[in-house]
Ligand binder design. Structure first.
Ligand code: ATP
Length: 355
């Protein structure tokens, strides 16, 4: 193991610079608990890169991401970008494809002392396939998965492969085997999409046979949405395809207290990218209103993935302590603190824990 942890930091658009500053402050405060010295390299993406380099994700950023131990990716306003021909590529989709990040690990959990829309406490993970499915911007080797043969006809192709299905199933089962509940629910719509979701289910069942100590059931995606609202505590690890996972994870995060708390990690065999679940929130950008917890918890997941368990545990415990009191919450959680004040509280908690 090298004695340096090289992290590439990409602020992104909207609230990106504010929540990235908060995240890096927390990382610095946790440094006494890190086994390795952290070396943070900053590069522009999004509108900042488009204005200077003509692309929202220049090739040098992709190369740096491949060379780094991990990437911290801020939110991006890709809906507002110009066309791909004019340099407007979605940095999130490009990194997932270029770095072969086949898994998107999205936890959703309630926090002690913090009211949430869910009446029951819960702690679940959505393990979402990340490279294919309905995601037209990354699901083909060349060209896109969406096209318009006529002005009034738009078509989208959904791709499901045995290799990607097996990869995401194995990632989910491996995670479930480390958790106390040790249970997997595979979410699908194989009653309608018999071939695509049928293939996905076959692969998940084959992987399930390798993990006899992990409990297993299957659920249709519509039923899963209803069950999540009724009682999210019945789920442990939910394994599913790309778009179902995107939607169910937002639902689960909202039930747990809001998107501002929802961390996520994209990973593959060789690379990992920490990325908040929410978007760039342009409506509150630059106003010191953003809750940085989602990106901070994403970095906590990245550190854990890179073997830095002590620092990750400290960050998680400090976030939990800050969220426990209404006096130390941001406004999206009915608190009074701005991004900067909240960051000061959180870094103090981390520093106290680190000494
Ligand atoms: P984008 O176009 O990048 O997806 P969006 O505003 O459409 O941005 P989100 O960024 O996910 O989508 O935001 C949805 C709502 O949640 C917005 O009202 C936003 O202000 C709020 N929100 C999202 N993230 C946060 C955060 N970290 N802190 C506080 N509020 C947030």
């Amino acid at each position: 193991m090298s004695d340096q942890l090289k992290l590439l930091c990409l602020e992104g658009d909207g609230i990106g610079p504010e929540i990235m500053a908060a995240t890096l402050a927390v990382l610095r405060a946790a440094s006494p608990f890190l086994k390795r010295k952290v070396n943070v390299v900053r590069k522009d993406i999004g509108f900042a890169a488009l204005n200077v380099e003509g692309s929202t994700i220049p090739q040098v950023v992709i190369d740096d991401a491949k060379a780094a131990d991990g990437v911290i990716l801020g939110p991006v306003s890709h809906n507002a970008y110009p066309s791909v021909e004019e340099g407007g590529r979605n940095p999130s989709g490009v990194l997932r494809k270029e770095l072969a990040l086949f898994a998107n690990h999205r936890p959703a959990r309630t926090w002690p002392g913090l009211d949430a829309p869910s009446r029951k406490a819960f702690d679940l993970v959505v393990m979402r396939e990340n490279l294919e499915g309905f995601y037209a911007d990354r699901n083909m080797f060349a060209g896109g998965g969406e096209f318009m043969p006529e002005p009034e006809v738009a078509l989208a192709l959904r791709k499901v492969t045995a290799s990607a299905s097996t990869n995401i199933a194995r990632a989910g089962f491996e995670l479930a085997a480390t958790r106390s509940a040790k249970h997997v629910t595979v979410i699908h719509k194989a009653n309608v999409m018999r071939m695509t979701d049928g293939l996905f289910l076959d692969c998940a069942r084959a992987v399930a046979n390798e993990f006899p100590s992990v409990g297993y059931n299957e659920m249709l995606v519509d039923a899963a949405a209803a069950h999540l609202v009724r009682d999210p505590s019945q789920f442990d690890v939910m394994i599913t395809t790309n778009m179902f996972g995107d939607i169910l994870s937002d639902l689960a995060s909202e039930l747990a207290g809001g998107l501002g708390l929802a961390g996520s990690l994209n990973f593959g065999t060789h690379h990992a990218v920490a990325q908040a679940q929410h978007g760039s929130a342009p409506d509150i950008a630059g106003q010191d209103l953003a809750n940085p917890v989602s990106l901070i918890l994403s970095v906590e997941m990245l550190l854990r993935h890179l073997g830095e368990t002590a620092a990750a545990d400290l960050i998680r415990a400090s976030v939990s302590a800050a969220l426990a009191s209404p006096d130390t919450r941001t406004r999206d959680l009915q608190g009074t603190l701005g991004t900067r004040e909240f960051t000061e509280v959180l870094t103090s908690l981390v520093e106290e824990g680190a000494t």
